[in-house]
Design a protein around this ligand. Structure first.
Ligand SMILES: Cc1cc2nc3c(=O)[nH]c(=O)nc-3n(C[C@H](O)[C@H](O)[C@H](O)COP(=O)(O)O)c2cc1C
Length: 351
């Protein structure tokens, strides 16, 4: 048997009658398939435990996930090979914690509120891959390291250190958050995973058959930044927000790397370093994207690839052809020198 435990956030305040109706429906449905458990409800959240045969629990969970009355369903724990039930007598005992005078229930409500809040915070700080494992009921710490093929994306802001020295910290932080937000959303939209942020850099990986998607994520980000620059006021830092992306493809070590103090679920290898080198090269070639032959060859969309030259990149033992994509947003690139010249001119005017 399987036992699953989750929390979710209510999408609106439900009345007592509505919660009771969920309870009644659950009792009838769960009894039919031998699923037992408990559902605790408060104004802001639900906490539920379901237990039964694996396929039956998963069947019920599938319906629950689609229910618009809640969102942000987060699996706290999934147990497999459960031999005895904890709630064998309850098809779904539903308890509304708000408004209960029972002190013990109030303590349970406060405890669950805290757990929910803590998980929501941790969720924002945790890598999506780790959350994905947890959602599937897998303890991420037990996942073995493996060698996989990936498309690696490496992106960062042009002349960031220079700009960050000139503008107030709040504006600099806002700029980095904006860049990471736009890029990360495009990466997720195209089926990639954000591996990590390092300062203003974003590192992501895509499955090997998603080279087109990785390019799309970069092109769409560059297009959005172009619009942002055109609409930003003269003195806004966003006016100078240019970025470069390096894309490489090949074998990486994927998995838990870290210490007893902090663990990362990450990707390692020569290919990751290569993506970082390509990202630096974008300034030199004057294009927002630089990619390897392996990435180009893995694409099936008809990109208008341009050969930007053959480069002997640091850490690589041979010269290799590097490509970009012929697109107005990709061509709209500035070098460090160009950005610093524009900014210092503006600073002179303001002074
Ligand atoms: C927090 C929450 C918990 C729920 N738990 C269950 C459950 O244990 N069993 C169930 O059948 N439906 C449950 N539901 C309701 C389902 O989402 C769905 O509305 C219902 O299963 C549809 O049943 P029907 O197809 O028989 O109309 C729950 C809904 C919410 C919001």
């Amino acid at each position: 048997m399987k036992r699953i435990m989750y929390i979710s956030t209510t999408t609106r305040k439900l009345t007592d009658e509505e919660v009771e109706a969920i309870g009644r429906k659950s009792t009838v449905n769960n009894a039919k398939v031998g699923v037992t458990g408990v559902l605790l409800s408060a104004n802001e959240f639900f906490f539920q435990i379901l237990e039964g045969q694996e396929q039956d629990v998963e069947g019920v969970m599938e319906r629950i996930r689609k229910d618009p009355r809640h969102q942000g369903l987060l699996i706290l724990k999934a147990e497999y090979e459960v031999t005895h039930r904890l709630f064998g007598n309850w098809s779904m005992n539903t308890v509304r914690l708000d408004g209960m005078s029972d002190m013990l229930m109030q303590a349970v409500r406060i405890m669950l509120e805290n757990i929910t809040e803590t998980h929501r915070i941790i969720e924002r700080y945790t890598q999506p891959a780790v959350l994905q494992f947890m959602t599937e009921g897998i303890n991420p710490l037990t996942v073995p390291v493996k060698k996989t093929e990936q498309v690696i994306l490496f992106g960062d802001i042009v002349a960031f250190s220079y700009l960050s020295g000139l503008f107030p910290v709040e504006e600099v932080a806002e700029l980095v958050n904006l860049f990471l937000d736009i890029t990360s959303k495009k990466i997720a939209k195209h089926g990639g995973q954000v591996t990590k942020y390092v300062g203003d850099c974003v590192v992501a990986h895509f499955p090997p058959d998603r080279a087109d998607h990785a390019i799309n994520a970069c092109v769409e980000t560059l297009q959005e930044l172009q619009v942002l620059r055109q609409t930003a006021g003269q003195c806004r830092l966003q006016k100078y927000l240019y970025c470069g992306f390096g894309l490489s493809k090949g074998p990486v070590i994927e998995g838990n790397i870290g210490s007893s103090i902090k663990m990362d679920y990450t990707v390692l290898g020569d290919i990751v370093n290569l993506a970082a080198r390509l990202e630096s090269l974008t300034r030199e070639i004057g294009k927002g994207i630089a990619l390897t032959e392996a990435v180009r060859d893995a694409c099936s969309e008809s990109w208008n690839f341009v050969h930007t030259g053959d480069f002997n990149l640091k850490g690589q033992n041979a010269t290799q052809p590097i490509y970009s994509v012929n697109d107005p947003a990709v061509a709209d690139m500035k070098s460090f020198q160009e950005i610093s010249a524009i900014v210092s001119e503006l600073c002179c005017e303001l002074n």
